[in-house]
Design a protein around this ligand. Sequence first.
Ligand code: FA5
Length: 340
Amino acid sequence: MLEAKLESLAEEARRAVAAAAEAAELEAVRVRYLGRKGELSQISRQMGKLAPEERARIGRLLNTVKRELEELLDERKRRFDEEALRARLESEWVDLTLPAPGPRPGSLHPVTQIQAEIEDLFVSLGFTVLSGPEVETEYNNFDALNIPPEHPARDVQDTFWVEGGNLLRTHTSPVQVRGMERLGPPLRMIAPGRVFRNEEVDASHEHTFYQLEGMMVDRDVSIGHLIYFMKTLLSAIFHRDVTVRLRPGYFPFVEPGFELDIHCLICGGKGCSVCKQSGWLELLPCGLVHPNVLRMSGIDPEEWNGFAFGLGLTRLVMMRYAIDDIRLLQSGDLRFLTQF
Ligand code: FA5
């Protein structure tokens, strides 16, 4: 009886080995038949009750079945191992004759990209692109712009002084002075560049950021000209209508002066940390050049006048790409930068 049971178990186990589809299933078959609590162990436990010669016969049979099963299991396991190895070699195969991949191509910083777009636009409108030094004289940064030493306007542009009385420029406006002195009127210039302020950093303020200065000096320049150029600039950058507001603004080097604010494009004007919950963002202060500024650079204000503007280039980039924190732009984080 035990013999018949053993035969049928052996047959069942052979089929189970053949049917196992993967290594884990095969292992389950091994445990089920050959494991310590497996089917064959249970039979061997029942052998104690048998007569001695029958015990010997069944014992031999049991060993034969065990050995056969072990061989079948080993053989099948080898197959699975071979298949797994083949699949791995296939997937990890490398063609060593191919040229090595080159370094990942870099890309221009979003500020640089937009700066180039604005330069192209203004060059097409007859403007020259100028650059000035980041370490400026106190005279160019303040005095020549009608901001004498004790003037309160110096306080809102607190800066970093370097030895010898020079300073890190607080705005790109000193390039106006250099442009007027070097080139004289009539003058159409823009000057993009990096500026520095001793400033509390937050979502919309950096200590180091980019501005783009613009100036036109000619005969009979009016506010109409100024507004025309500002509108042309904004529609070229945003490719769509953006809501702006013009309000009076005070800068000693322009008269009248304006603040051109843009409806915050991060929150759609609802209020957020970038626009300080106001819905508006200061972007483009501008005005007609103050006669004192022309005079100090050797230009006769009776004959010439002009407009000037100081675009917050970094903020413009934030608005164009809906970047909600200015600090990301100088973080050097490639996960951020490779999006542009
Ligand atoms: C000026 O710097 C003037 N020179 C602009 C000007 C030029 C006015 C010519 C009239 C004629 P203001 O300090 O507001 O102005 O800065 C100009 C723009 O720079 C701001 O509208 C804002 O967009 C940007 N800006 C100012 N401070 C920061 C800062 N800390 N971080 C990022 N952007 C700033």
